[in-house]
Each structure stands twice: as structure tokens, then as C-alpha cells.
Ligand binder design. Structure first.
Ligand code: GDD
Ligand code: MG
Length: 357
């Protein structure tokens, strides 16, 4: 089976963190998200994975190349101009003449992809859209389904009152090559705004596969943080990056090698601490914190509900809550930060490890 990953967006909702790293490369429990995703989709015995890239694509190339050797071949398909979700599919699917899978590269798919494929084959649809349930569909593609699971309407980012459905597009599609005929070539096309509505109005069979399995979106601060806590709490099963992490199961504390915790520092699970971190006396890490490699937490600092990327320094007596702190960022002493995305350095200016792989 051919698999296309849509990985070319600008990730504006995670700016400024995505100013120097594309969204699919953000670390999730200290590993680039795309590495996790490639592993998740590999259950389908993929013959080939094509990654449709544009924004900051060189970083995707460099980090993917460092991935496990001998795995499924991954091709990067570069768009010189961003082609939108539909244009990216058309461009990346060249030469594909059988059923294929497409995924937005910023979603966390707990759903069983084999069940989805079986459902698609049984339904005879040209396209099956995996669906998840949310409270407020306005940030997603809302879908209205018939009793036979056929998609009657697809409304991208519906304004309030536009639909009563809370079933939304999970960003996972099984497609027949026929769908490609409905995507105009050579220009930016939105699969959600143009192609799905057109397939439906032309009477082609588009089905929805509603699932209550785990699903999340790492493309916003809250979704990114929530994904971490769900992984640490075991709600979403992911392979952790390195078997040398030690786990204290009673407290859900994961610690890599080379971590130095001074006496008088407090670790409150669930937390995940990358290699070479230093946590000074009087600092508190957790509950719910992930520290990338070589993070330094100074005395009296408190970090909770936050993810800190590699090489950051957290100043003495600072309070970091519900934040994501970018690579090598320096947080000054006594700063209070709540619900922020913080980046103080360009990645390349002060380089330590980019992301551990
Ligand atoms: N190659 C390429 N080229 N990829 C792109 C482009 C492009 O021009 N534009 C966006 N993408 C990729 C993004 O990197 C992301 O992985 C995916 O396509 C979806 O784009 P987002 O910008 O993240 O869309 P969204 O989150 O607002 O909405 C989409 O996802 C929701 C689920 O999270 C839509 O598909 C919604 O219908 C859906 O509910
Ligand atoms: Mg998204």
C-alpha cells in the first residue's frame, strides 16, 4: 500500500516554535513526531511512504534520513509552491494506480488503520474519511453522515450554527485513484474545501468511518501538550525513543541516562526527562512535564504541564505552566510564564542537539 503524509504546512498555530522547525518535526516525548507517525502507519505493511513537503523541507529530509535504516522506503515529494492539501495529494500520488492512504502529518491516529482499510474495501467508496468526535467542530472539517455512513455534507471550519454534527474529519483518508481526477493540476487546491464537496455533489460515494479510538492534533499548543500527557498516562500507546529510559512505575517518572537531580529537587510524575538534564536543588518538575535532552532547571524553578525542548535553560525561581519552550531558549530568573509558546533563540545561532533520534 502507498501512503502519503501531508507535511508541507507552515504550522502557524505553533509559531514562533515552527519558525525554524516544521510542525511534523516537533519533538513528541523527545522524538520527532514524524518518526512516531512513520512507525504508526507501518502497521499497514506499506510498500512506500511519500512525504509531501514544502515549508522547511530540508529539516524533514535531514531528520528522516537519520531514521532507522532498513525500514519502509520514504520519498520526499517537494512542492516549490505550496499546493494545498489537495494539490499535495495530486502531486505526490503520481504513478499510483491502486488504493492509497493519506494522513495529515500533524494528527495522532490511535484508530486502527487496518479496520479503516477493511471498512473502505467493504463499502466500495471512492474515498473513506476517518472521523472523530469533538465538542466544537469549528476548527475542523465537519461531516454529516447518512445512516449508511455515506458523507452527505463536508463543511470545512463551519461557522457557528452551520451544522449540528460533531463528527469531524480526522485527517486520515483511504482513496481510490479516481479521486485524483477531481483535483485540478498545477495550482493550490484544498481537498477539504474543493474536492470533498465536489465528489459529493457529483454523486460519488464518499464514506465516513466514525471512530471513538484515540485521536489528537499536535498543531496547537493545547493539542500538543495534551498529546504528551495522554502518552505518559498510557491513553495513547507509542514506543518511547530509547530503551535506556528508566521508569519508576509507581510514580510514572521516566528518566534517561546522564540526568543529574540534586538533593532537594522534586520530581512529580508523570514526567519524562531526557538525557543529560540537570535539575537543581529546590526546583520542582511536574506533574506533567517533558524535558528534552540537556535541559537545565535552576534552583527554585517550577515546571508543570509543560514541554521543554532540548538545550533550554530555565532560570532560578521561574514558574513555567502550560508552556512549550523551544530549543536552547533561555528563560530568565523569576519569570512567570503561563500558556505560552516561548522561543528566544534561532535554532542555528546557538546549536546544541536539534532533536534526539
Ligand atoms: N504538502 C503540503 N502542502 N502539505 C500541506 C499544505 C501544502 O500546501 N498545506 C497544509 N499541509 C499539511 C499540513 O502540514 C498538515 O499536516 C495537513 O496538511 C493539514 O493542514 P493544517 O493546516 O494542519 O489543517 P487544519 O489542522 O487546519 O485542518 C485539517 O486537519 C483537521 C484535523 O486535524 C483539515 O483536514 C480538517 O478538515 C481536519 O478536521
Ligand atoms: Mg492541523
Amino acid at each position: 500500500m502507498n501512503i502519503i503524509l501531508l507535511a508541507g504546512g507552515k504550522g502557524t498555530r505553533l509559531h514562533p516554535l515552527t519558525q525554524d522547525i516544521p510542525k511534523p518535526m516537533v519533538p513528541v516525548v523527545n522524538r520527532p513526531w514524524l518518526h512516531h507517525l512513520v512507525e504508526i502507519v507501518s502497521v499497514l505493511s506499506a510498500s512506500n511512504i511519500r512525504c509531501a513537503v514544502h515549508y522547511r523541507w530540508e529539516i524533514i529530509r535531514d531528520v528522516l534520513l537519520s531514521r532507522v535504516k532498513g525500514g519502509v522506503p520514504i520519498e520526499l515529494v517537494l512542492e516549490r509552491e505550496a499546493l494545498g492539501t489537495g494539490g499535495a495529494i495530486k502531486n505526490a500520488a503520481q504513478g499510483i494506480d491502486e488504493t492509497f492512504l493519506v494522513l495529515n502529518a500533524d494528527i495522532v491516529p490511535g484508530i486502527d488503520l487496518r479496520d479503516l482499510l477493511r471498512f473502505h474495501r467493504d463499502s466500495g467508496a471512492v474515498c473513506t474519511i476517518a472521523l472523530t468526535r469533538v465538542e466544537d467542530p469549528s476548527a475542523y472539517g465537519a461531516v454529516e453522515l447518512s445512516k449508511q455512513a455515506q458523507v452527505l455534507r463536508f463543511i470545512e471550519k463551519p461557522a457557528p450554527g452551520k451544522t449540528s454534527s460533531n463528527l469531524v474529519n480526522a485527517g486520515i483518508y483511504i482513496m481510490e485513484p479516481k479521486v485524483l481526477d477531481y483535483i485540478p493540476a498545477g495550482r493550490a487546491v484544498s481537498i477539504e474545501r474543493e474536492v470533498f464537496p465536489k465528489l459529493i455533489s457529483d454523486g460519488l460515494k464518499v464514506c465516513g468511518f466514525a471512530s471513538d479510538a484515540y485521536w489528537n492534533d499536535i498543531g496547537t499548543r493545547s493539542g500538543y501538550l495534551r498529546t504528551h500527557w495522554d502518552i505518559l498516562n498510557g491513553r495513547m500507546a507509542l514506543r518511547f525513543p530509547d530503551s535506556s529510559y528508566m521508569r519508576d512505575p509507581g510514580q510514572n517518572i521516566w528518566v534517561a541516562h546522564g540526568v543529574h537531580v540534586e538533593p532537594g529537587a522534586r520530581l512529580v510524575g508523570p514526567i519524562f526527562i531526557g538525557e543529560g538534564c540537570m535539575i537543581r536543588s529546590g526546583a520542582t518538575v511536574g506533574p506533567r512535564a517533558v524535558l528534552g535532552p540537556h535541559v537545565k532547571v535552576n534552583t527554585g524553578a517550577v515546571i508543570r504541564d509543560s514541554v521543554i525542548w532540548s538545550g533550554a535553560h530555565i532560570g532560578a525561581n521561574s514558574l513555567i505552566e502550560e508552556c512549550v519552550v523551544g530549543f536552547n531558549t533561555i528563560i530568565e530568573d523569576s519569570r512567570t510564564a503561563r500558556a505560552e509558546l516561548i522561543r528566544s533563540h534561532k535554532l542555528w545561532e546557538n546549536s546544541t542537539t536539534l532533536v534526539t533520534v
